[in-house]
Design a protein around this ligand. Sequence first.
Ligand code: CP
Length: 302
Amino acid sequence: MSLPFKHLTSAKQLTPEVIESIFATAEEMEMLSESGRGDTLKNKVIALLFYEPSSRTMLSFQSAVQRLGGGMILAQGREGSSLLKGESIEDTIQMVSGYSDLIVMRHPEGGAAEKAASVSSVPFVNAGDGGNEHPTQAALDLYTLKKEFGRLDNLHIAFGCDPLHSRTIRSLATVLSQFEGNKFTFIGPESLKASEDLKSLLDESGVNFEETDDLSKGVEADILYMNRLQEERFVDHSEFEKYRKLFVLTADMLQDKNVLIMNPLPRIDEIEIAVDSLPNAAYFKQARNGVPIRMALLSMMA
Ligand code: CP
């Protein structure tokens, strides 16, 4: 099965039909991983370019490549690459296109993925570009939701607590806006409200959403999708310090609540450790789903 695009840069490309075909392949990948390894990527070289820190995305892509029998080339950090000398993204990608059969890139600059895809002669996957998009995270978030609820429609999803800077919130809300009957609550301080362009997209899609600075409203939803305050994207660091201890989900807040707690991770201050042992906590399961989803994407795109 293949996908109707060569490059994956935005969650907007993850239509309900595309999501369904990725899920079908991810289920096959889960069975494959239980019985051994595959060879879909035999004779393929996957380039992993991570110019911004990552644990889950980078390691789950590495695991996916290894489980499918592929080879890898890896660049980690701007310091170890010629980006530090001033080489452009476009030149880097044209060069890496000649070394590999598919490129996965994370970059600190919003819009870097579009620039890269525009010059890549091999399939390109956005692994997070600044505060803009993180489409493969959205795919694994949706896979987790489908496993937990059996559906992707008619859900109430609360997103906290940095809707302005969080690329994972932005990408997940973008895809979920395509499914019928979903309702969103964005939680965060006034200065970290969701961006106007995301809200315009939701208005155009007819999505019912509200905004609040009250985290306790999140536990009334079906899903509370927590994400750390994105420290690296704050222009004024004192603002980050001001809010980091104010938006913390505690085990007490979840007493007698069925809300599913998700988080793309890393967790910093936003979820108390005591929440981890509650049945609501789905974030480590969510992280595990990154491997079959990225195996599916690589096997469908490479
Ligand atoms: N969820 C996520 O993107 O985590 P990393 O930054 O560790 O890859």
